[in-house]
Write a protein that binds this ligand. Structure first.
Ligand SMILES: NC(=O)c1ccc[n+]([C@@H]2O[C@H](COP(=O)([O-])OP(=O)(O)OC[C@H]3O[C@@H](n4cnc5c(N)ncnc54)[C@H](OP(=O)(O)O)[C@@H]3O)[C@@H](O)[C@H]2O)c1
Length: 253
């Protein structure tokens, strides 16, 4: 349960090995989050993330097998986690794949996999956990979306479209939860320097996993519904969304 000073004490991460998620865990654990459940594909990356959560001081750290694309298992997964660990204050939706647009736009199967992971699969998992959060009557779903979903770029439209779908879904889900005690916070980072973007030239207003973690912690505390990282991107994209098409198409890759 949220403690007396409003800080979450339990966290479930969908995509437990995510680099950004690990920064968020490292921020939340010292701020009194005692239970950390890392759901993801079983392997060394997930185990290493669990070790980090333990070394940050979490009292209970568990890994649970979870694959975003295995939608038929999501209800069983959510029931198992909530039955075993009880109330969960924050569910962080961190799984995602970037894909390689230059290859994927000629490979419909690969493109569909990016969309199935980032949008369809996560939509299924979010509905499964939301049902359990509704029943407990409180909690926060924190969704790592992206500014890439605010307007698709020609160089990145498969990922961008998948994030646009996830973002719209999260916004509608949040609205549908009004009065339930459960709230959704959408996080829209720009380019985050890290594993997912390794080898790529940082875009303007690029940020770091730590800065995303700070913004998430602050957003949870202040009750935000949408968080841009860095915050200036809110205004940058307010303009970008309305640029004429001929100008938008000239934006660098
Ligand atoms: N990095 C950026 O520039 C950036 C910017 C904006 C938004 N975001 C979003 O932030 C989130 C976290 O990104 P990150 O930078 O932390 O990247 P990351 O370190 O590559 O993390 C991606 C996570 O997704 C998991 N994943 C991928 N496919 C999965 C599947 N089928 N089932 C279960 N888990 C799966 C990965 O698990 P494995 O370890 O098993 O592969 C990993 O835990 C993503 O949604 C990303 O789109 C990132």
């Amino acid at each position: 349960m949220i403690d007396a000073i409003g800080r979450p004490q339990s966290l479930l991460v969908l995509g437990g090995s995510s680099e950004i998620a690990q920064s968020i865990v490292a921020k939340m654990v010292p701020a009194r989050c005692r239970t950390v459940i890392l759901a993801g594909r079983v392997g060394p990356r997930l185990s290493a993330a669990a070790d980090l959560a333990r070394s940050a001081g979490a009292e209970v750290v568990e890994t649970v097998a979870f694959d975003v694309t295995e939608t038929a298992n999501h209800v069983v997964f959510a029931d198992d986690v909530f039955d075993r660990f009880g109330d969960i204050d924050v569910v962080l939706v961190a799984a995602g794949v970037l894909g390689d647009q230059s290859v994927d736009e000629h490979n419909p199967v690969a493109a569909a996999e990016v969309i199935a992971t980032n949008f369809g699969g996560l939509a299924s998992a979010m509905l499964a956990v939301t049902d359990r959060m509704r029943r407990q009557g409180h909690g926060r779903l924190v969704v790592l979306s992206s500014v890439a979903g605010q307007r698709a770029r020609k160089a990145n439209f498969i990922y961008g479209a998948s994030k646009a779908g996830l973002d719209a879904f999260s916004q509608g889900l949040g609205d549908s939860l009004e009065g339930s005690g459960v709230r959704v916070m959408i996080v829209r980072p720009g380019f985050v320097v890290g594993r997912m973007t390794e080898g790529m030239d940082p875009a303007p207003f690029s940020t770091t996993p730590d800065a995303v973690a700070d913004a998430v912690a602050h957003g949870i505390e202040s009750g935000a519904t949408v968080v841009y990282v860095p915050s200036v991107l809110r205004w940058v994209f307010a303009v970008m969304r309305h640029l004429p098409g001929w100008l938008w198409r000239r934006m660098p890759g």
